[in-house]
Write a protein that binds this ligand. Sequence first.
Ligand SMILES: [Zn+2]
Ligand SMILES: [Zn+2]
Length: 255
Amino acid sequence: MLIDTHAHVNMPEFFDLADVLARAKEKNVKYIIDVGFDPESIERSLQLSAKAEEIYSVIGIHPHDAKLFNADLLAYLRKTLGKSKKIVGIGETGLDYFKSYSPKDKQIEAYQAQIKLAKEFKLPLAIHSRASEDDAIKILRQEASDELSGVFHCYAGDVEQAQKVIDLGFYISVTGIVTFPKAKNIVEVVKSIPLDRIMLETDCPYLAPIPYRGKRNEPANISIIADKISEILGISTEEVALKTSENARRLFKLP
Ligand SMILES: [Zn+2]
Ligand SMILES: [Zn+2]
């Protein structure tokens, strides 16, 4: 069994979703966690997870959209979180200092508010962090509690920061970037942390692994990422699939 722990199948790129889901099933992808990142995509995600048994939703406001974050949006999230049992996490939230589409102080404000929301609703966090790991970890540490957990999705930090993420009880999630020739950093991270802290994701439609690089990505390609991690760690793909699925089920409380 494989689990795609971070996908955006709610996006218009997936006009042929029935075929996409069929291909995922063929590759043994049992669950897909679809991330709604603004009110529009959140509503689409909830429609999908209500209809398709294998789809679950994570909802939140992306750091790119943090400039829009305000009390109304927070109230909307709070109201929506109570609506569906298939919402298994909050995110993606975090900090993106690479693209910086929203001012830094607004990103931090939205991030802190969503961490508090995760604590209030006892849900894990899906964290997006780019060129911002030190701040993302520092803020998390200020809010840390025994119950607070989550995952750094599409992890892009270094080995030392990965250790801090794990020390906080969080997970590291790996995308198709791990198959790229220049991905030495994430390969080192994968080698340095225990397998019981690693999860797999496509982040589709983005970040298709080799040999599909540049094309639309989809959940079936999780199997390629699992193969690559088995190669890096020198263990079977079955073991990678088993352990990373256990991790995802533990964090997101999936059946
Ligand atoms: Zn992201
Ligand atoms: Zn994403």
